[in-house]
Design a binder for this molecule. Structure first.
Ligand SMILES: C[S@@+](CC[C@H](N)C(=O)[O-])C[C@H]1O[C@@H](n2cnc3c(N)ncnc32)[C@H](O)[C@@H]1O
Length: 284
């Protein structure tokens, strides 16, 4: 692991989108009472320079998607959440589910910076939250997790805003490891090729690509949705759902389906997942 790597700048960017969403949109897609506080930036400074609405809504929609799946998982009795590449995610610090353990995995530099931010904002780290360092490019994920969660019982994994920054090999290795667990579910987003993108959409994505590369966090992998679904199935996940970022935002905002081109996509998958309370076993 490269312990000298700096804290993630893209994590700061995602957190700023969540904070601006509270201020500009009243949290219409996703409410986070800690989003502004964890940044420690005055509101006027946060809003100076404008905000890319498309990115803002997508970052918030993926978080809402993940938190809705968590609510469903908790209703099924799941009490372990692992946030892979947590960045400045605040869920663990506003967790309203008694008994839910939250484990955050990330690069150590980003975790150290997050602890500083939490302390500066007087946000208490509850006993239900633990932090574990990892580099997805090579560290043994299950060994890292073993000290923090019971891998024989159901675990929900969030992997938001991380896969584009990893090599294809690291994404495959991570999903393969998670797929060996008897009861696991994962929510992730991923970049995807979009040959039909309009010139305007292509220019927007090229600008994003250049911006994150300039921050030292280039996009390294992409998967077509069908390719990702096949990978999840190969890893042992039998319930695979693909969600579309643009339509998700529209649905959450109560707007009609859109024809905008999309490049980033969401997926969720589960195996050995507990049935919802009251659900009957399906006989084949
Ligand atoms: C765009 S941020 C997303 C953070 C958070 N999930 C969110 O949605 O706000 C990407 C995160 O992935 C982490 N990350 C990127 N590459 C990583 C690697 N090889 N190992 C561990 N973490 C990594 C970064 O430290 C950062 O926290």
């Amino acid at each position: 692991m490269d312990v000298d790597s700096p804290a993630s700048r893209t994590a700061l960017g995602a957190a700023a989108h969540r904070a601006r969403h509270q201020l500009l949109d009243g949290g219409s897609v996703f409410e986070d009472p800690l989003a502004v506080a964890i940044l420690g930036v005055p509101e006027d400074e946060l809003l100076a320079g404008g905000s890319d609405w498309r990115m803002r809504f997508f970052v918030c929609a993926r978080q809402r998607y993940a938190e809705d799946l968590l609510a469903d998982a908790v209703a099924r009795g799941v009490d372990q959440l692992v946030v892979l590449g947590a960045g400045l995610d605040t869920f663990g610090y506003r967790n309203r589910y008694p008994g839910l353990r939250v484990v955050e995995l990330d690069h150590p530099a980003t975790q150290a910076w997050k602890r500083e931010r939490l302390a500066a904002a007087s946000i208490t780290v509850p006993a239900s939250v633990t932090h574990a360092p990892i580099d997805f490019e090579g560290d043994p994920l299950l060994e890292v997790l073993a000290g923090h969660v019971d891998l024989d019982r159901p675990v929900l994994f969030w992997w938001l805003g991380v896969t584009p920054y990893l090599t294809t090999e690291a994404v495959v290795a991570t999903l393969t490891a998670l797929g060996t667990l008897p009861h696991s579910a994962v929510v992730l987003d991923h970049a995807a090729p979009n040959p039909d993108a309009t010139p305007e959409s292509r220019a927007w994505h090229d600008a994003r690509r250049a911006r994150v590369a300039a921050l030292g966090e280039p996009w390294l992998s992409q998967f077509a949705p069908a390719e990702l679904a096949a990978l999840l199935q190969t890893c042992g996940y039998d319930e695979v759902h693909l969600a579309d970022e643009v339509d998700l935002v529209r649905r959450l905002l109560g707007r009609p389906r859109s024809t905008e081109s999309r490049v980033t996509h969401l997926a969720s998958a589960a195996k050995g997942w507990p049935r919802a309370a009251g659900a009957q076993a399906v006989r084949s």
